[in-house]
Design a protein. Sequence first.
Length: 381
Amino acid sequence: MVKTGRTGLAVSAGATLAALVSACGGAPPSAANGTPAAPITVTASDSACQVSATSAPAGNLTFQIANHGTKVTEFYLYGDGDRIMGEVENIAPGLTRRLIVEIADAGTYQTACKPGMAGAGIRGPFTVTGGAAKGTDANAQLAEAARGYARYVSAQTGAFAEETRKFATAVKAHDIAAAKAQYARTRVYYERIEPVAAKFGDLDPAVDVREADLQPGQRFTGFHRLEKDLWVTGLRPDSAAIADRLVADVTTLGQKASALRLSALDLANGAKSLLDEVATGKITGEEEAFSHTDLSDFQANVDGSKGAIQALRPVLAQRNPALVATLDTRFAAVQTLLDAQRTGDTFKLYTELTQEQIKKFAAAVDALSEPLSKVAEVVAR
């Protein structure tokens, strides 16, 4: 989901990757007449989003986004109802990122750049023509990867709904201690599958919007509203209603997720997106601004990324075994840092970390982000 107000550490955790991509050749050319013969280039600035092609044939589409502005930006490809077909977050000024997304169905889509990572973005129409077989239809390994990950998502959404009901019950009973204890353990199920949740228009913000990200006229709902009630203001007259709405939204999320047909590229992009979530929220301590339980979310994002990679592992091991070995090593390095911050069955509060510890986390996330960025290209072969 869109999150604003990033600090310098958020930019640095991922900047190495972006610099490497840029150094490998920059923006490639595109063919005339709106049909790309190479990656579709996107030139983003603080006030514009110039896309080199406005149409492409169905299949695997590659966008190469260069940020020429002064603000950190994001790039999205939207389908009907603002469903996110693909996204790239945390593109720092002067850097370049690549998005590969599978679009098998013809239709009208939208591109969007979001300078400052806020608002609806600078949008433009994008047309996909013809039709293409889905990778999961044409390749048995990719199909099994998608099925395996779908089972993982189903397990997470089921547990998420159950734990959310427990959390809501504690809030409605004004049992502050129980609600606080339940808060972090409930959110881990969401954080593991956030790229899936983010595909559903306004549902993700309803569940997970932060107060700093509210748009004019937007009501503050979801987990972070209740987080503020529990840790800062005390429960308010409408806290029970907010809790009931959260249960309803989480239930709807589970229903929609179970009906969603994900591609193998969705898994690859989701694995990377979850590390971007760490870089743009957990590393900075901005995600859990009131409870400071960011490290629980951090662990869940890492778990979710591992889950997607595990589903893709047979494909990756066959096509690029060296990449699998690198991923295993760098996941382990991040996990070692997380394990050092455990206290009982949870983690230290973010505010207890030293700046040196935060820098080590940022460096480890940056190192893991680089090989994760290669997974989509291996899958798309």
